[in-house]
Design a protein around this ligand. Sequence first.
Ligand code: CTP
Length: 404
Amino acid sequence: MRHLDIAPDLFPNLLSDIAAQAARLNMPCYLVGGFVRDLLLKTSVNDFDVVVVGDAIRLGNALVGEYGGKLTAHHKFHTAVWQPSNALESFDLITARSETYHHPGALPTVKPSSIEDDLRRRDFTVNAMAVRLDGEYFGALLDPLGGEHDLAQGVIRVLHSRSFVDDPTRIFRAARYEQRYGFHLAPETRALVNQESLGTLSTLSGERLRHEFDLIFEEEKAARMLSRLREFGVLDMFHLPEFNEACLPLLEDKPAPEFGIPENRILFGYLFWLMNLQTDSIASIARRLDFDAELKMAALAAAHLKMDLSALKISKPSAWTFYLEKFPLTSVYALWLATKESALGSFLVQWRHIKPAVTGNDLKARGIPAGPRYKEILTQLRAAWLDGEVKNLEEEKELLIALL
Ligand code: CTP
């Protein structure tokens, strides 16, 4: 049996606690999936899926008894999440299980089983390896399905011919792993992305589909993943456009602090992707992918703004500002990144913060009766500041007197 060297810095102390507790309960304990794959690839490892042969919920309760923290148990799937106290990370504890899919695309029915069965239920060979943690077995690699070989060859291969039909989100996962690591699908696996599996994909809920696109936008090679999905026929199926690869660097930079825009790679991914579409197309995509209200509004606004941009070009700063203020800042920022139209940048950094010194209270103090006049006067003062017609408090006061 091959033993892997696991550098201590990859292995949080808490994992040793989990392994020790599993050994005390006589439950063989493994790290599976992404951890093993990334360990063998020598890329950063950030995911700890712990599988025990036995009962993960019982292990979780024992951990809480011994070390404290909180356990969230999912009895239907025999899994639990242990959140140790004072630790940033939480640990997924999974009971080794077999899965049965009662109909394509449904969530599976699960039954506790052996580690070998647990590996067989997984998506790709490269994700179907385990490394044992408990006691004297520490570091032993379990690879009954040829994952290490495929990893060395750069191949993404499903474990059986019904894999994509059972769980069509694996079509997305295939594109992600292939492009993330510069791998390729085994020809037989590629052939399984076919009418039948795509047909099952089309039955998935909007939420599940959107989650897969969200995961893609978190990836560095998002554009290539989307273009692979286009080749598979997935984008056409949902009337989704190509992603312009030139937009990708725009996702890499965090918004500079002066823009006052929170970082949100996923949101901006969608905005760049959809901003060239007609608003009715965006509305139907938003429905199908179950966008939340914020994402839907931002995507529609970015497309709307893009269409109006040429008409606004010769406008004064006040006209730009009063118009842009109706839209979410994230949409204005995305359009600024995409077009580099300087007025959009000026609006975000400067214009939107410009307000007159005079307030409603000052107008009241001058005896102006409450009503729509207030807004008119304050708007005129603000426009004068924005357009450079008023440059100091003295000039603002003169304009106010002229307006009254
Ligand atoms: N898995 C699967 N089928 C799915 C989702 C997950 O078989 N549809 C299995 C795979 O073995 C995968 C593991 O569950 O390795 C954990 O899933 P996830 O956390 O989504 O993937 P990671 O392997 O951790 O990879 P990533 O780096 O993409 O998070």
